[in-house]
Design a binder for this molecule. Structure first.
Ligand SMILES: CC(C)(COP(=O)(O)OP(=O)(O)OC[C@H]1O[C@@H](n2cnc3c(N)ncnc32)[C@H](O)[C@@H]1OP(=O)(O)O)[C@@H](O)C(=O)NCCC(=O)NCCS
Length: 197
């Protein structure tokens, strides 16, 4: 959970960023973003959906997410293209609530997670822009944000699939370390953790 001081920072977390092919505004999701978020979810390919499903990725999922925004539990950052401000190019969830499944898996590795200081991350970039450097620019900013919000460690939301080589490279590039493996949904997965301090 976030402290009152950290909560007060959330409205200030909007930034203009230069992505490799365009400029973008990276900001917390707002209740009125239902339509662009729904379009973004519907645009995601099957291959992206196989690797990323924190919640329903359709119009209904967008409505639910936008109507239940609660910064104490999660910060949902979206990157809007500045050329067309109705288009979302990436969605990064930073969640401060850590479910029992995640906490008990980490306990098995000898790591006690804390909702006071840790958070979990789930990033996705629009298919057409994946592997062009967009995720790296947004990750850099996201990690600055987690530090501003007094987080000490970042873990991956549900781990990363062992076959998702690009994502694993991406996380390792930012300093995430492998802390354990688990088998779920017929797949091998890796838990990775980043120490921010
Ligand atoms: C994972 C994801 C968020 C990364 O964002 P991105 O914009 O594609 O990332 P970038 O282009 O900034 O960086 C990709 C890096 O992976 C590398 N890479 C690409 N394919 C790779 C592969 N098959 N094996 C290893 N590394 C690979 C690139 O060279 C680049 O590394 P570099 O910066 O050192 O050159 C994005 O690809 C995505 O949304 N994937 C689908 C959803 C997903 O998997 N989410 C994570 C779930 S845990």
């Amino acid at each position: 959970m976030l402290s009152q001081d950290a909560l007060a920072l959330i409205p200030t977390l909007s930034s203009h960023l230069s992505l490799p092919e365009e400029d973008a505004i990276f900001r917390p999701l707002l209740p009125q973003d239902v339509e662009p978020l729904g379009l973004f979810f519907l645009s995601l390919s099957e291959s992206t959906r196989r690797r990323y499903w924190p919640h329903a990725l359709d119009e209904k999922g967008a409505r639910v997410v936008c109507s239940e925004l609660d910064s104490r539990r999660a910060l949902r950052m979206v990157a809007f293209s500045r050329a067309s401000e109705a288009i979302i190019v990436a969605y990064f969830i930073i969640e401060f609530e850590l479910p029992a499944t995640e906490r008990s898996r980490y306990l098995n590795y000898g790591i006690q997670l804390s909702e006071e200081s840790d958070c979990r991350l789930a990033p996705v970039v629009a298919d057409a822009r994946q592997n062009t450097g967009v995720g790296s620019v947004l990750m850099q900013r996201t990690l600055e944000t987690t530090r501003q919000l007094d987080r000490r460690r970042v873990i991956l939301y549900g781990g990363v699939q062992a076959a998702n080589h690009r994502a694993i490279h991406f996380y390792e590039k930012f300093g995430f370390k492998r802390v354990g493996t688990f088998h779920k949904h017929n797949r091998d997965n890796i838990d990775m953790l980043l120490n921010l301090r």
